[in-house]
Each structure stands twice: as structure tokens, then as C-alpha cells.
Design a binder for this molecule. Structure first.
Ligand SMILES: Nc1ncnc2c1ncn2[C@@H]1O[C@H](COP(=O)(O)OP(=O)(O)O)[C@@H](O)[C@H]1O
Ligand SMILES: [Mg+2]
Length: 268
């Protein structure tokens, strides 16, 4: 992993509305390295989307400093890819045209990149299909390809697999890891599923319930490729390894308990 890609210092965010002031993020300090896969978990309403929107440049009303490769983030741009829970594809465009969007497929270089991305997200044969002909997982893969074509320095994913069934979701996690291994894109992935957070991440950032404050940052320390059937995911760790457990928002390493139980402590 390389240099610091994203540096967040003393980030505070409040929403001022008719009903008063809501503190969405409080004193967030975070460094993300180039090529790192970071997941962010926390109960709903804790500020996960707000954090991503700020990093994406979609919200600039905050105090503190947020820098991407040393530059303050002042507006959205193609250097920051954003994947939402719903795919947001153009219904009237085919898969390949959705990926290209404003770029022309008649450009040889664009054509070559789009074809490579279609391979990468495993959509070969569906180039001419329309969004209505795709499953949820396939549509989400088109969104990811569209973002990657712009060669973002960072890919921000806001509960991207939240609307998918469990089987598709597990498959998409594998696909995303493969993309990450091939592209080395820095990833910030928001989820409220602790298994997903640990399965994907180099480090997991745990946010406290409102107001969004970092409770802990946990390095996962398991080599890729990972298997969910591995004993370390269920808490029954083999000799010399310690599973990661979350107890009331606090990560602990130990042999007792398992992630399925700990997940309950994060539920809202
Ligand atoms: N545009 C907004 N105006 C007012 N309050 C907001 C707005 N967006 C989010 N909030 C509030 O900020 C807090 C964090 O929201 P959000 O970042 O969406 O949480 P999460 O993504 O973790 O569920 C919540 O209390 C939410 O109600
Ligand atoms: Mg959200």
C-alpha cells in the first residue's frame, strides 16, 4: 500500500433545520492509504452517508479538513467514483453505453477500456442489454464499471449491495474484491453488515450511534482470498489466531463468542 490518499482531520458536520441542529459527524480523524480497502460500519443514522458525501465533494458545508492526495475536496469529480445502493443507470441506454455515458464508444481507446471493464465485471454477452433486462447484481456491476472507466483515485460505495439478495450479495463481494485486486483502487465501502465489513476490508472503521464519532478502527489482518467458512469468521479460531469480535461497538480479539452474536450489538 502506498501513500496517504485521503486525509480527514477534525471533521465536524451539523445539519441545521427547522427542528434544530443535528450533529451528524463529530471529530472524525482518518487517514486512508492509496490502494487500501476501508469499510465503515455503524447503525443507521450514524453519519455514514454524510461522511461519504463529504469525501465525494457532494457536501462542502463542514468544519475541519478533508484532502484527497493533498488537495482539499471542493466539488464532485471523476477522480471520486460514487456507487449508490440503487444503480442509477440510464434506462434508455445499453450496458456498454451506460458505462461509456458521455464518452464515445467510437473512440478506439474508450472502446478498448469499456470492453476490458465488461470482462472485469463479468458482463460479457450483455453489452447490448438494457437495464430492465439485468438482475440487481448485474446492474450494480454496470455502475461499478462506469465509475472505473473514469479511473477514479477513490471509489466510494454507499451500501451498494444492500438491496441484493444474500446469494447475489456474496457473489458481488467476490467480484468487488477481484476488481480491487486488479485495479488497486482505493475503496471506502459503507455497510451496516459486520460480516461484509470484515470480509472485504483491510481496516474497519466503526462509528458510534449518533452523533457519528469513530468508536474504533480495526485492522482485519487476514490474507486474501478469504473464505467465509474460515474458523476466524465464526470465532472458533485455530491455534495462534484471534478472531475479531465487536462488543457494544468495541472491537475485541478473543476466542469466545462469534460475529453472528456480536452483530446484534450493532443493530439499531
Ligand atoms: N440533508 C439532511 N438534513 C438534515 N439532517 C440530515 C440530512 N442528511 C442526514 N441528516 C441526518 O444526519 C444524520 C446522519 O445521517 P446519514 O449520514 O444519512 O446516516 P447513515 O448513512 O449512517 O444512515 C441522521 O441523523 C440524519 O437524520
Ligand atoms: Mg446511509
Amino acid at each position: 500500500m502506498g501513500d496517504i490518499s485521503l486525509k480527514i482531520e477534525h471533521l465536524n458536520k451539523q445539519f441545521v433545520g427547522a427542528k434544530g441542529t443535528v450533529t451528524a459527524l463529530r471529530n472524525v480523524d482518518l487517514d486512508v492509504r492509496e490502494g487500501e480497502f476501508l469499510t465503515v460500519i455503524g447503525p443507521s443514522g450514524c453519519g455514514k452517508s454524510t461522511l461519504l458525501r463529504i469525501v465525494a465533494g457532494l457536501d462542502t458545508q463542514y468544519s475541519g479538513s478533508v484532502r484527497l492526495n493533498g488537495e482539499p475536496i471542493v466539488k464532485p469529480g471523476i477522480d471520486k467514483g460514487f456507487i449508490f445502493q440503487e444503480h442509477r443507470l440510464f434506462p434508455w441506454l445499453t450496458v456498454e453505453k451506460n458505462i461509456a455515458s458521455d464518452l464515445s464508444l467510437n473512440d478506439k481507446e474508450i472502446r478498448r477500456k469499456v470492453d476490458a471493464l465488461i470482462e472485469l465485471v463479468r458482463l460479457k454477452g450483455f453489452e447490448k442489454a438494457y437495464p430492465r433486462e439485468l438482475s440487481g447484481g448485474m446492474a450494480q456491476r454496470v455502475s461499478i464499471a462506469r465509475a472505473l472507466l473514469r479511473q477514479p483515485r477513490i471509489l466510494l460505495l454507499d451500501e451498494p449491495f444492500g438491496a441484493l439478495d444474500a446469494f447475489t450479495r456474496a457473489h458481488m463481494q467476490e467480484v468487488l474484491l477481484e476488481i480491487w485486486r486488479n485495479n488497486k483502487t482505493t475503496m471506502i465501502f459503507v455497510t451496516h453488515d459486520i460480516d461484509e465489513a470484515i470480509f472485504l476490508a483491510d481496516r474497519v472503521v466503526i462509528l458510534k450511534p449518533r452523533p457519528g464519532e469513530i468508536s474504533a478502527i480495526v485492522p482485519v489482518g487476514l490474507a486474501h482470498p478469504r473464505k467465509k467458512s474460515e474458523p476466524r469468521f465464526s470465532g472458533a479460531s485455530p491455534e495462534g489466531t484471534q478472531p475479531i469480535r465487536i462488543r457494544r461497538g468495541i472491537p475485541v480479539r478473543g476466542r469466545r463468542g462469534n460475529l453472528a452474536n456480536d452483530k446484534k450489538s450493532l443493530a439499531t
